[in-house]
Design a binder for this molecule. Structure first.
Ligand code: P6P
Length: 340
């Protein structure tokens, strides 16, 4: 609500497009299609707890039809809507082994491709914790008019045109970033529109929350263990001990980190030697968003956005959030790793 007026996401993206006379509006149109998919997924997520009663999501409905699990439903919803969008040449999804090219003429002439994790954190559905859809939009590198190729989906995060997430939490929000900045839109169910609620989001450069699966500590490097001790150490002047928060849903943990500040980590460890989270579906889009808001996102040794992908589902370690907290964490991780 700005000056008492609701601004829908469509109105906002059109206003942004007008700042660039050469803009064609295709990116705005693609964001609108992703928002539509988010509304459809939101409808299904909001009744997940009734699946046994309603016969949906993995059960059979009154016609005896096999219902799809919620994350497969989310995946199929995005694939279908983007196929009919006229602004997307193809997609790559965390749920599918390979990328999908849309063969029709309109799609082949589209200049963008989209990657997504259709329902990140879906294991939290049963306990009604926040889950989310994460998306990335790249300008394709392959020739317009032809079907897209795998190289279109193996671009580093610093080539992103836009990235965002839809969080299905206490309210449903769509947050997206371009190089111009980060803006958040809350779904107003009575009109079915995402409306501007968090303009120009900035990630505080310092925070008081550290977020990771501390149960993995025994598998961490010595540097990582030393940083955890630092987080838990009493030091009133430097505002420690920090508070520990961890939902086990990246979108939920990252949304809190973006808004309140803090540090989210999923380091490499003896079991996940390259980290657990996927570069193309989780780390790059979140790094693009957080860095557009003034934060930092690192693998521990380089900026996440500079990693050149070699395979669609590759994983990387991630340290992401408030600039000053990441800088301090990397002193421990880099220094101890250098010694090891
Ligand atoms: P762990 C969810 O499965 C996910 O991909 C992210 O959303 C989340 O941050 C992470 O994995 C949780 O992993 O090992 O702590 O359960």
């Amino acid at each position: 609500m700005l000056q008492g007026k609701l601004i829908t996401m469509d109105e906002f993206t059109i206003q942004e497009t007008r700042k660039f006379p050469q803009a064609t509006g295709e990116l705005s149109s693609l964001l609108r299609d992703i928002a539509l998919a988010g509304k459809v997924i939101n409808k299904q997520v909001r009744k997940a707890g009734l699946s046994d009663i309603l016969g949906t999501q993995g059960a059979t409905n009154v016609q005896g039809e096999e219902q799809m699990k919620l994350d497969v439903l989310a995946d199929q919803t995005l694939i279908h809507i983007l196929k009919n969008s006229n602004d997307c040449a193809g997609i790559a999804s965390e749920e599918n082994d390979n990328h999908v090219c849309y063969e029709d003429t309109f799609s082949a002439n589209s200049k963008y491709v989209v990657l997504f994790d259709p329902l990140d954190g879906s294991s939290n559905i049963d306990v009604n914790a926040s889950i989310g859809t994460i998306f990335s939009i790249y300008r394709r590198v392959s020739e317009l008019g032809k079907t897209c190729v795998e190289a279109d989906f193996l671009q580093p995060g610093n080539k992103l045109m836009a990235a965002g997430y839809i969080i299905y939490g206490s309210s449903t929000m769509l947050v997206y970033a371009t190089k111009l900045g980060v803006n958040g839109f809350t779904l107003e169910p009575s009109i079915g529109e995402f409306c501007l609620s968090h303009p120009n989001i900035k990630c505080p450069e310092m925070g008081k929350i550290y977020s990771l699966n501390q149960g993995n500590t025994n598998r961490f490097s010595e540097g990582m263990k030393a940083y955890l001790d630092y987080c838990m150490e009493n030091n009133k002047e430097e505002g420690r001990p920090y508070s520990h928060r961890y939902i086990g849903s990246m979108v939920g943990d990252l949304h809190r980190t973006l808004i309140k500040g803090g540090i989210f980590m999923y380091p490499a460890d003896k079991k996940s030697v390259k980290g657990k989270l996927r570069l193309q579906y989780e780390c790059n889009p979140m790094a693009f968003i957080v860095e557009a808001a003034g934060g930092v996102a690192s693998t521990g040794y380089c900026d996440i956005l500079d990693v050149v992908p070699t395979e669609l589902h590759q994983r990387v370690p991630i340290y992401i959030g408030s600039k000053k907290m990441i800088e301090k964490a990397l002193e421990f991780v880099k220094e101890k790793e250098a010694v090891a």
